[in-house]
Ligand binder design. Sequence first.
Ligand code: UDP
Length: 469
Amino acid sequence: MASSKTLTHVFLISFPAQGHVNPLLRLGKILASKGNLLVTFSTTNSAGRKMKKAGAAVSGDPTPVGNCGGMIRFEFFNDGYSDDSDKEIHDYEAYFSMLETYGKKSLITILNRLKDQDSRPVSCVINNPFVPWVSDLAEELNIPSALLWVQSCACFSSCYHYANSSVPFPNGEQPDIDVHLPNMPVLKSDEIPTFLHPSTQYPSVGKIIVQQFKNLSKTTCVLIETYEELEDELINYVSDQVCPILPVGPLFKSPLLEVETAANITGDMIKADDCMGWLDSKGTSSVVYIAFGSHVILNQEQFTEMASGVLNSGMSFLWVMRSRLPEEFLEAACGRGMVVDWSPQPQVLSHKAVSCFVTHCGWNSTLEALSTGVPVVAFPQYGDQVTNAKYLVDEWKIGIRMCRGGEAEKKVVGRKEVEECLREATCCVKAAKMKDNALKWKKASEAAVAEGGISNRNLQKFVDEIRGL
Ligand code: UDP
């Protein structure tokens, strides 16, 4: 086996959120496996601590991945939070600024150390959104950099046009105007990523996204976690008119991850509960899977309505919920339900017992549903979730809308509506049509990542570019 010292070294830098870590780490494992590369995965110390606590093998020593001699290792950096603090982030503006100041300094020290060891100088840095300053840092150190965009191509294009003011977006004077973007359906003002709307409570998130687009010219390559069939015309348009992009998704479906030797190298920041045995005991297409990603939390009233709707539907359910559950809820479910802190979501969605997915429509969850062929009940809340919901329901036609979402929408979805949505998504003519569509997207995703598929070829092209650097 080759020594890690002779392998081309790629350094991945992730914003410390679950939805950012998952796709970048998947990319890292595929690159190591496919390209026979040494990959270092880096995120903040506190995210690293959570990953270790959840049982992930995140060693600083190179660990073999795949069958071709590639390796992966981990190195965590300081984001200015005191080392023993694992606080949730509430003030994004302050956090982004601290992350840039401390993260940049810490990463420069790490990258210089790797260079000085001359055994592992870094040939390429890859970052995901919300750490746009990585392109500046790479430029300063004279290292080529690439971006893995972890949302849809539709969101990429929306953010690009917003950042460049090339089409009118809702603004202070006209907050409700529709947005007309090339090769996209017309988006209503509550269907654009909420951080781009003037009423957003998180303008700093909008600003950090814009900064990434201002830095686009500094990146040598933009990889997107989507696949050609899903967004074909738009991908072609963006590649021709905006900047070359390479769709490489859905990364979690890559056959290279199946043969990967180090299975417990995961990015989970919460240990997944074992629910696969419980699913095995359930009939085909009999379970509703309910999960809202790593951030969304239901308020008490919405929780009560959602839980009542689920109970009244009479269906079995697997619900990911990190808050404490009233005892009477599970008693009333009479063994029909299982509640977990965290699930192995891609495996759950691939299980034949799952009939539909009640989701907040985060991009990872959206892509995981599409490529496992599972229809969804869309419950978007903020950010790109509202745009993903629009596509799931109106464009890809695998979803029922439970709400419109958006930061301004304070509406609580009632129990009757919840129950009706579950029925509509699982047992009527429309449900059968949605399932057919979902299976079509699943098949296309498998073709994209298979040997000879477009995402697979794009990854190979990228690996060849890295080797040529
Ligand atoms: N996830 C998981 N188990 C859970 C809930 C979520 O493994 O119980 C994973 C899910 O598969 C996805 C990620 O966490 O890869 C959540 O990302 P997403 O973009 O859907 O939502 P976010 O957390 O960014 O809002």
